[in-house]
Design a protein around this ligand. Structure first.
Ligand code: ATP
Length: 243
C-alpha cells in the first residue's frame, strides 16, 4: 500500500468558532486521487482551507507527510510540499504565463517547467501572455501548472471546473491524474462535475451539511447512482459505500 501523505483525523473546523465541518476523517496516499463532493455550502472549501493550515481547527488533527499542520505557520506546510489551487485560481493578472511558471519554484527550474508544459500544451503558445488576458480554461491550466512546477507532494484543487466548458475539464482531469500517478502526488479535488471527477479518482467522499454522508472507492460510487444522489441531495446514506 502507498504511503499516506495527507491525513485528517476527527477534523472539526468552521468560521468564527462555529463548526462548518464535523468529524471528518480522510487519508490520501501518494499517487492517489480523492474527490470531495457535495452541494453548495456542504463544507468542501472549508475542509481544503483547514487541510492547508489556512483555518484553525476547532478539534482534530491534520498531518502532511507525518508532520502536523499548524495554522499559525501554514508556510511550513507549503514548504513540505502542499499546494492549494483556490477556486479563484490565485493568479496575478499582470504577470505572464512564463513569469508565473518561473516564480512557482523556489529557484527557476526550466526542465521542470518544460515537463509540466508538455502536460498542458495549450499553455505553450501563450507563454508571453498576461494571466489576466487568458481564457478561463487557460487560467485554470496555468494555476494547476504553476502548482505542479513546485513539485508538490500534495495538490488540492478547489472547483477546477468552475466556469469551464466540460470538454476542457475532460482534458484537464486526466492530466492531473497522470501527474499524480507518475510523480506520487496525493491529489484532493473538489468538483461539481461528479461523473468526470469519479472517473479519474480512486476514492470519493460526499459531504452534506458538514458531515461525511458517503465515502468509498470512486468506481463503486459511480456504479451506485441512487445512493450517490441520495447522499448528495438529501444527505442520506451510510458512511461507507457497500462492497
Ligand atoms: P460551495 O461549493 O458553495 O463553495 P462548500 O461546500 O465549499 O460550498 P463552504 O464554502 O466550505 O462550502 O461553506 C461551508 C459553510 O461555512 C457554509 O454554511 C458557509 O456559509 C460557511 N462559510 C464559508 N465561508 C465562511 C466565512 N468566511 N465566514 C462565515 N461562514 C462561512
Amino acid at each position: 500500500m502507498s504511503e499516506a501523505v495527507l491525513v485528517a483525523e476527527g477534523l472539526v473546523v468552521g468560521h468564527n468558532g462555529i463548526p462548518a465541518v464535523q468529524d471528518l476523517d480522510l487519508t490520501v496516499a501518494a499517487g492517489a486521487v480523492t474527490t470531495l463532493l457535495g452541494p453548495n455550502g456542504a463544507g468542501k472549501t472549508t475542509t481544503l482551507l483547514a487541510l492547508a493550515g489556512l483555518l484553525p481547527l476547532i478539534s482534530g488533527r491534520v498531518t502532511v507527510l507525518g508532520a502536523p499542520v499548524d495554522h499559525r505557520r501554514p508556510h511550513r506546510t507549503a514548504r513540505r510540499g502542499l499546494r492549494l489551487v483556490p477556486d479563484d485560481r490565485g493568479l496575478f493578472a499582470p504577470l505572464t504565463v512564463a513569469e508565473h511558471l518561473r516564480l512557482a519554484a523556489p529557484t527557476p527550474d526550466p526542465a521542470r517547467e518544460k515537463a509540466v508544459l508538455d502536460r498542458f500544451p495549450a499553455l505553450e503558445g501563450v507563454r508571453g501572455r498576461r494571466a489576466g488576458l487568458l481564457s478561463g480554461g487557460e487560467q485554470q491550466m496555468l494555476a494547476i501548472a504553476a502548482a505542479l512546477v513546485g513539485r508538490p507532494k500534495v495538490l488540492m484543487v478547489d472547483e477546477m471546473s468552475l466556469g469551464l466548458a466540460p470538454m476542457v475539464v475532460q482534458d484537464m482531469l486526466p492530466a492531473i491524474r497522470t501527474m499524480a500517478r507518475a510523480e506520487g502526488i496525493a491529489v484532493l479535488l473538489v468538483e461539481q462535475h461528479v461523473d468526470l471527477a469519479l472517473a479519474v479518482s480512486d476514492h470519493a467522499i460526499v459531504l452534506n451539511h458538514g458531515r461525511v454522508v458517503l465515502s468509498g472507492e470512486a468506481e463503486r460510487l459511480r456504479g451506485d447512482r441512487e445512493q450517490l444522489t441520495a447522499a448528495y441531495f438529501d444527505g442520506a446514506g451510510p458512511r461507507s459505500a457497500p462492497s
